[in-house]
Design a protein. Structure first.
Length: 280
């Protein structure tokens, strides 16, 4: 990846993070930690990789994305807004009673959302359905699903994984956001799903392990997934929960807590400084 492209993606990721903080602060609720950890992935997918068109959100040949960890909706909304699906200013209405941007993605009300999600473990099943349709219809669109590492403690994830492997859904790429923290603590403290790569391999996946904040690594994984013609791909991303906001990084208490005024000011100051450095 050339330096100019990487800089553009870094800037898009910072804008996504700004949107996450803006949304959760104004909502006084939400899930900033696990939203911040997938900002780089969403930047790459929406600003470089995916075949999508904000002017035609339902176009037939678009690539699909299913945010299976639906509580990270602030990240998806910020990516969609900055990509041009709806005004960035609307991010401030997150979770308000009269807003279309509720706590979990709703495909019926939000442009660019391909599948409503929220109940953990279910989004990957929908992604399998999209991928099977693409295969049976001879379409070329690709399907991306983003799962939390705590989410993969859900049994339905592995039923879907078994199906994806059995049907050789090569159009499906699953990203596991492995930040090692869920609402009640570390994965090991709650209900360890480790080892994650070996589990997906056992279900017939092509498995790739990367640093989820490295754009070169994300690009290489996506290209490898597209080159794999007979298996679905699982990309296990090592990430930092709360990435980009110093006091939120690797802090489990920011899984589902919104920043208050002093926290908001610190986060916005840090992210705006990063934005200015990239723009300069």
């Amino acid at each position: 990846m050339d330096a100019a492209t990487k800089k553009q993606l870094e800037l898009a990721a910072v804008k996504i993070r700004l949107g996450i903080i803006e949304g959760t602060y104004n909502a006084k609720s939400g899930h900033p930690g696990g939203s911040l950890s997938i900002a780089d992935l969403l930047s790459y997918l929406y600003f470089k990789e995916m075949n999508v068109d904000p002017a035609d959100p339902k176009k037939e040949d678009r690539d699909r994305l299913v945010l299976s960890k639906g509580h990270a909706a602030p990240a998806l909304y910020a990516a969609l807004a900055n990509r041009g699906y709806f005004p960035v200013e609307d991010l401030k209405t997150l979770r308000k009673s009269d807003s279309y941007l509720q706590g979990h993605p709703n495909m019926n009300h939000i442009p660019g959302v391909d599948m409503s999600t929220g109940s953990l473990g279910q989004g990957i099943s929908a992604a399998c359905g999209f991928a099977l349709a693409s295969k049976l219809q001879g379409d070329k669109y690709r399907v991306y699903a983003i799962l939390g590492d705590g989410e993969i403690e859900e049994g339905q994830v592995w039923e879907a994984a078994m199906f994806a492997g059995a049907k050789k859904l090569s159009m499906l790429t699953v990203f596991v956001d492995n930040n090692n923290l869920q609402i009640d603590g570390t994965l090991e403290e709650v209900n360890s799903p480790y080892p994650i790569p070996e589990k997906f391999e056992a279900f017939g996946f092509n498995v790739i392990e990367i640093d989820g904040h490295d754009f070169d690594a994300i690009e290489a994984a996506v290209e490898a997934a597209k080159a794999c013609a007979d298996k679905p791909t699982a990309v296990i991303m090592k990430t930092v929960k709360g990435k980009g906001v110093s006091y939120m990084e690797n802090a489990v208490n920011w899984h589902g807590a919104a920043p208050k005024q002093p926290d908001y000011e610190t986060a916005m100051s840090e992210l705006n400084a990063a934005k200015a450095a990239l723009e300069g």
